[in-house]
Design a protein around this ligand. Structure first.
Ligand SMILES: [Zn+2]
Length: 278
């Protein structure tokens, strides 16, 4: 496994568990501190949702959220995605402030993919960098795809952070305790990040799920997945693994607090979400 950034020693945290609620939730994860920051909540329009199998619309089935996460290892702070731009309702600077974190103190940004609701917070209203000191990690396949896509927002982001970006190969160790995992399907280079400290694990899964009903019925998918079949298969595999192996998952569109456990129901292949890190 190739290590991308130099080893950084891990400080010990004895932070208390904050109560869940509001837009900022902080958890202890082994020797790390994990912040779940919620930008906003809402519902995915039904006409954007598809399925190859019949399904039942239970209350709250299309509820979703927009989240980003911060890992504080005690030595460095790593931000996972940045939400939308301020013009598009993005609140990443506000939420970091509520968590007591300054944008200039973010050392690494791990992007799951380059859609507008993930890279929008990278630039301010004037097109300037919000995170001047951050090393920005993007999977090689994702960067290459968006470089050729003609997407203006992606181009502006890539240009502004030209000197900060590291395009990494699959399964790279980003830094101590954080490893990238290819999750191609929703976009050609979507990447998850497995975080581990003292045997406790959170898997940051990007857009593996877009709304609540996908826990119960992983066959439901969003009409703009680049490869719906691959995205659906990946959702089934990772939910199954999370339930079996017991790691937490953190998703950019999972309902508040955006991080929690996955438990299989009495119906095989159907899951529920237990919010929070215990
Ligand atoms: Zn998204």
């Amino acid at each position: 496994m190739k290590k991308i950034l130099p080893a950084l020693c891990v400080g010990l945290y004895t932070a208390a568990l904050w109560a869940q609620g509001g837009n900022v939730n902080v958890y202890k994860l082994g020797g790390f501190k994990f912040y779940a920051l919620n930008n906003n909540t809402g519902a995915v329009p039904e006409n954007m949702i598809a399925s190859k199998v019949p399904f039942e619309k239970t209350p709250g089935w299309n509820d979703h959220a927009l989240n980003y996460f911060v890992l504080d290892t005690g030595k460095i702070k790593i931000l996972f995605d940045t939400g939308t731009s301020t013009a598009d309702g993005g609140k990443v600077i506000e939420r970091l402030k509520e968590a007591g974190i300054k944008p200039k103190d973010i050392n690494i940004i791990c992007l799951t993919h380059m859609h507008r609701d993930h890279i929008g917070g990278m630039l301010d209203d004037k097109g300037k960098k919000v995170f001047p000191h951050a090393r920005v990690m993007v999977a090689l396949e994702e960067a290459q795809y968006f470089e050729k896509s003609g997407n203006a927002q992606a181009a502006a982001f890539l240009k502004a952070y030209e000197d900060n970006i590291t395009k990494f190969p699959q399964n790279a160790e980003i830094t101590d305790g954080v490893t990238s995992v290819p999750m191609f399907g929703h976009t050609p280079g979507q990447t998850g990040y497995m975080i581990e400290s003292d045997g406790e694990k959170v898997f940051v899964v990007g857009d593996l799920l877009h709304f609540y009903g996908q826990f119960n019925n992983p066959d439901l998918y969003l009409s703009y997945d680049a490869d719906p079949a691959a995205a659906t298969q990946l959702r089934k595999t990772i939910l199954g693994r999370a339930a079996k192996e017991g790691f937490y998952i953190a998703g950019m569109h999972i309902v508040k607090p955006g991080v929690g456990k996955v438990v299989e129901t009495d119906v095989k292949g159907s899951y529920t979400f237990i919010p929070g890190i215990q």
